[in-house]
Ligand binder design. Structure first.
Ligand code: SAM
Length: 358
């Protein structure tokens, strides 16, 4: 599975030493970015910047588009609440950021004290290269009197830092955060969208523990797979394995409980998690109705299954952000889906055959 060459040739000019699966893990960023681009083009949410990073115009299945809508909205709901609470006097650290555009597209996130993005150097090199070549992106980073410093894999602006690092190497993470002038005393929100699941359990444990020891007041927003020990999970794992990608951290993705326990086991003060059925239901009814009119679903079963196999977990350090929550109001929509679920027992293979799920 060769990633498309968005951003061109700087990508391999890095010193990162590959583990056997890294290439396939890195390629998941292309899948995620293509899907986000497709959903944006269809009007699921507004993003004037994703098109710079992704040229692929391939149309994805409606279920995938809705899944990405719920994912992006779910993360944004948490970020918005955090920003409101801190009044912008805070940091955002996007782990395994890929080509995510939050810094560029959202004014409040853009104005925080420090916005730090980390990914493998192969990925950040491509992101740096694209930023360097596009004035609209550079202008967004470059404050009036600020300057942008660039290396092949790293970029430093007045309040934006994009850096290549392997998150399994904590010495390297420590040194990169120092280069970004991270403030360990400032409230900080960590974002990880489909990232921890690719990191071996022990490495992930070390990373979460390290963060818990270093930061005084923080929130971690983690979006990824859940309920992976059923038939659907098994098929998803097999699909990914056939693309050379094992989910090395899958043991934390067995239930909402394993998702939250891993934070508590690493010294976080508390954690909560919701499956994406609940997250979707917490999005305003008007917004849901708007996007549900964009594309017809053949039937609701696949979307329901997808939503039941992804979750949003929020963990916190200290007491300031323990109330950071999604507001969950159950409505008729998924009551209907649950009804369908009882009567249409399609094979999981049929449901997933047309989808390229990361
Ligand atoms: C599925 S993509 C998601 C990208 C982005 N978070 C998004 O949602 O658009 C997973 C990302 O995690 C990154 N990643 C996984 N393991 C990593 C590691 N050990 N160090 C740095 N980045 C990693 C990959 O390179 C990839 O960009």
């Amino acid at each position: 599975m060769e990633p498309p060459s968005v951003g061109g040739g700087a990508a391999h000019n890095t010193t990162h030493k590959f583990h056997p699966c890294d290439e396939a893990v890195i390629a998941t960023n292309d899948d995620a970015s293509d899907c986000k681009r497709c959903a944006v083009r269809l009007g699921y949410w507004k993003d004037d910047y994703i098109g710079y990073f992704v040229r692929n115009q391939e149309r994805k299945a409606p279920e995938i588009n809705r899944g990405y809508f719920a994912r992006v909205k779910g993360v944004e709901m948490c970020v918005d609440k955090f920003l409101k609470k801190t009044g912008g006097n805070c940091q955002i650290i996007n782990l395994g950021c890929g080509f995510d555009t939050l810094y560029f597209r959202q004014d409040t996130a853009h104005q925080v004290k420090n916005f730090i993005e980390l990914d493998f150097p192969t990925v950040t090199a491509r992101k740096c290269y694209t930023i360097k070549r596009n004035k609209a992106l550079l202008a967004r980073i470059n404050a009036e009197d600020g300057e942008v410093r660039l290396s092949p894999t790293d970029l430093h602006g007045p309040n934006y830092h994009l850096m290549g690092v392997d998150l399994r190497n904590l010495d390297e993470v420590d040194s990169k955060l120092a280069q970004a002038e991270v403030d360990y005393t400032l409230p900080t929100i960590f974002l990880a969208e489909c990232v921890l699941v690719y990191i071996e359990a022990q490495n992930c444990h070390n990373l979460l523990k390290w963060i818990a020891q270093k930061f005084k007041s923080a929130v971690f927003v983690n979006y990824e797979q859940v309920n992976m020990n059923d038939r659907f999970g098994e098929v998803m794992l097999n699909n990914l394995r056939s693309r050379g990608c094992s989910l090395a951290g899958v043991e934390s993705c067995l239930s909402l409980e394993t998702q939250t326990n891993r934070f508590k086991d690493c010294g976080w003060s508390g954690a909560r998690a919701w499956d994406m059925v609940q997250v979707y239901e917490s999005i305003s009814a008007a917004e849901r109705q708007r996007i549900e009119r964009l594309e017809m679903l053949d039937e609701g079963e696949l979307l329901l299954q997808l939503f039941q196999h992804y979750c949003l977990a929020v963990a916190w350090l200290g007491v300031d952000f323990q109330d950071l929550d999604i507001t969950c109001v159950l409505s008729k929509g998924f009551a209907q889906f649950n009804f369908i679920n009882l009567f249409f027992i399609l094979s999981v293979e049929d449901l997933m055959s047309s989808l390229n799920i990361e």
